[in-house]
Design a protein. Structure first.
Length: 451
């Protein structure tokens, strides 16, 4: 896992035009959920295109620990023999999620309404992330919790013997919290209701319906999403094909926009309306981005994205868009460094509690490379067009998105940009370096220089 590996500094140097047709790894959110729902269904499910990152493989290990059989065949297809709701075995050892915030929070939801005990651990980054936002509603459903102060990992839970259905208003825009409550509601009798004032990615709702759960999504008088789930269904196995991760696609998209002369096509990318905020924003900034070959895959819209180098302009990004692109703000900040004028990004309070304090990490990384920026409590302003940028070393704080974003910066900067640890990239995008090198980028292992 990433928390046990040695740091690997990487340096990105100014690149010539990036070209080619590529595919990014499978969507991380859908990959996590495919493993979980396959494990909870009765029968045999298959998953093609699964993201084989450390995060997702940690979820696979957790599902195996409670009795699911998960195997990979020669062509890369995963086969899952599920155990069914209510039939989870108690895991024998601790459940180690490494850096996987999505994996640990959603699994807590599943385990929280099963009569089993489990202990969750993670790396240094995950151990400092807040779990109370998930553990609080689970306590209301009958889950017992013993955790480190501030509801942080390590944490041990004892699932409810007689779980209670819950009506829960999500206090912050978080697909993880919403999903954890819905997953807990799967094994609770009656109707579990989640009220979502601000819409977030809806993969859980779509996949629950696909696996045969009785779920409805309506709007109340206040315009809030109201999700109702009938508990204790028999989930039916499915055959899934995971599309490319739009968060991962953000890195080649931004790189192609800011490296002069670039022309890159990214095939088979998820285009769920709750995941395309970055693309919308970059088009508003003047990015030459075309969506080609839109189609349906396993109930999700996918398509191919062609990106050509563009002169960007600074804009104000609507705060309401933040939930649809919260993971993409670091690489958006890199794009903003090459835009004309100021780019103002409000509504970023959730960035304070990601794999790192991403808002601070982005600001420090920009400053280290000579890019003017102003960090607010929940906002960031980046001034583009600075001369002679680069030549800095960025502290990643064990955050894969910080590492990848600033390597993209180095591809278009005047001087090389180094990140202190590229090993963390395996958390979500293990093929990152090879894929970019194939397009013409110059990324070097700088361990020897750093030693």
């Amino acid at each position: 896992m990433s928390h046990g590996s040695s740091p690997t500094p990487l340096t990105a140097c100014t690149s010539g035009p990036l070209t080619g047709t590529i595919r990014v790894p499978g969507d991380k959110s859908i990959s996590h959920r495919a493993l979980m729902f396959g494990a909870l269904a009765v029968g045999h499910s298959t998953v093609k295109g699964l993201l084989e990152s450390e995060d997702v493989l940690a979820t696979a290990a957790a599902m195996r620990a409670v009795g699911a059989k998960i195997e990979k065949d020669a062509d890369g297809t995963y086969h899952i023999d599920g155990i069914g709701l209510g039939s989870l075995l108690e895991p024998e050892g601790v459940i180690d999620f490494g850096n996987a915030g999505t994996g640990v929070r959603l699994t807590m939801g599943i385990f929280g309404t099963h009569d089993i005990a489990a202990t969750f651990v993670g790396d240094a980054s995950l151990s400092n992330r807040p779990m109370g936002r998930v553990l609080d509603p689970l306590r209301q459903m009958g889950t017992s919790v013993v955790a480190r102060s501030g509801d942080r990992l390590p944490a041990s839970i004892r699932g409810a013997k007689q779980p209670l259905p819950l009506t829960y208003r999500v206090p912050m825009p978080s697909a993880q919290v919403k999903s954890a409550v819905l997953l807990a509601g799967l094994n609770a009798p009656g109707i579990t209701t989640v009220i979502e004032p601000i819409p977030t990615r809806d993969h859980t709702e779509k996949m629950l319906a696909g696996f045969g759960a009785e779920i409805s999504v309506t709007l109340n008088e206040a315009g809030e999403r109201v999700i109702k789930l009938k508990g204790q269904p028999e989930l039916k196995p499915q055959d899934l094909d995971v599309p490319g991760d739009p968060s991962s696609a953000g890195f080649p998209i931004v790189a192609a926009l800011i490296v002069p002369g670039s022309d890159v096509t990214i095939e088979n990318v998820l285009l769920n309306e709750h995941r395309t905020g970055l693309i919308t924003t970059l088009i508003e900034m003047g990015g030459n981005i075309e969506i080609l070959n839109r189609r349906d895959a396993s109930g999700e819209e996918v398509g191919d994205i062609r990106v050509r180098a563009s002169q960007l302009k600074g804009i104000t990004v609507p705060a309401v868009r933040a939930p649809s692109m919260i993971d993409e703000y670091p690489v958006l900040a890199v794009a903003a460094a090459f835009a004309e004028g100021d780019t103002f990004m409000p509504g970023l309070d959730e960035l304070r509690v990601k794999e790192s304090d991403r808002l601070a990490a982005v600001a420090r990384g920009l400053e280290a490379n000579g890019i003017p920026c102003i960090e607010g409590e929940d906002c960031l302003t980046v001034t583009g067009g600075a001369n002679n940028i680069g030549n800095g070393t960025v502290v990643t704080h064990l955050d894969h998105r910080i590492a990848m974003s600033f390597l993209v910066l180095g591809m278009a900067a005047h001087k090389p940009v180094t990140v202190d640890d590229g090993a963390v990239i395996a958390t979500s995008f293990p093929t990152f370096t090879g894929l970019f090198s194939g397009m013409g980028a110059d990324i070097r292992n700088s361990s020897s220089e750093a030693a």
